[in-house]
Design a protein around this ligand. Sequence first.
Ligand SMILES: NC(=O)c1ccc[n+]([C@@H]2O[C@H](COP(=O)([O-])OP(=O)(O)OC[C@H]3O[C@@H](n4cnc5c(N)ncnc54)[C@H](OP(=O)(O)O)[C@@H]3O)[C@@H](O)[C@H]2O)c1
Length: 281
Amino acid sequence: MNENFVKTAVIGHPIAHSKSPLIHNTWLGKYELNGSYEAVDIAPDVLGTGVKALVKQGYCGFNVTLPHKIAIIDLCDEIDARAKTIGAVNTVTICDGKLYGTNTDAFGFAHNILETCKDKGWDDWSFAGGRAIVLGAGGASRAVIYALLNQGVPEIVLLNRTREKADELAQMAPDKIIVRSWDERNKIVIDANLIVNTTSLGMEGKPPLDIDISLAPPDALVTDIVYAPLYTGLLQQAKGQNLRHVTGIGMLLHQARPGFELWNGVMPEVTPALIDKVLAA
Ligand SMILES: NC(=O)c1ccc[n+]([C@@H]2O[C@H](COP(=O)([O-])OP(=O)(O)OC[C@H]3O[C@@H](n4cnc5c(N)ncnc54)[C@H](OP(=O)(O)O)[C@@H]3O)[C@@H](O)[C@H]2O)c1
């Protein structure tokens, strides 16, 4: 192996289902780079030794998925402000044996919407155009809210089954985030510029998301970060009402881009062909 070979990976438990190796290896091939990206299964009780082994084996960096996104923070020598605010690390760069953590989920969420708007010619829609309604206050919601604040959303209305979790998340920007009751979800969409599902509801094997968005304005954009199935019940409703809608698969693809750039020096592209390849896998 030559010394410019860039060894990277995704760690998680379980990890066999991960689409990240397919995404990264497609890019390594496309940009003719000298490197590898593999899935490494590390159980929670051996996270520390597992990560040390990656450092010893000369890895340049790795992505982090469930269940390690919070536990990895303590193993990092440094994490950036974004990862601190989101409270999770999904991308680690190894430099001189030290671990630097960041979080690219907010980038992935925002760029999925920005790129879709560009591709579809939705020039009249912008994050700054009005209120965002966010359903869910779990781990992914923290990254979504961070992205919305960064993109200039003027006001975020946050609804979660467990209200205390929404109240806690609202502390990220108390002047911009309003917490409302989960039971208000049907009527709260009336003046939405953006509606986002960040709950796991609607995902294969989970209960459906019980919501009626018929009151949503005709210029609203609807997105779901659940991507299996690609067309969740929420997105089917949006489609049926002729509302602009963005599927969740792009978030997964776009969140992979900054890590790839950090390790390989090339900011890769998300193309329709790559999206099809990942969906077919
Ligand atoms: N597209 C992507 O790249 C991407 C990235 C990350 C995550 N995701 C997807 O996003 C989803 C959420 O992930 P996460 O990591 O945030 O999960 P999480 O931390 O476990 O949060 C789950 C969320 O769903 C809510 N929820 C679960 N069951 C519910 C029910 N029966 N009724 C009402 N609310 C319910 C939870 O509410 P409570 O607080 O009340 O429990 C919480 O807000 C998953 O489906 C994941 O696959 C997609």
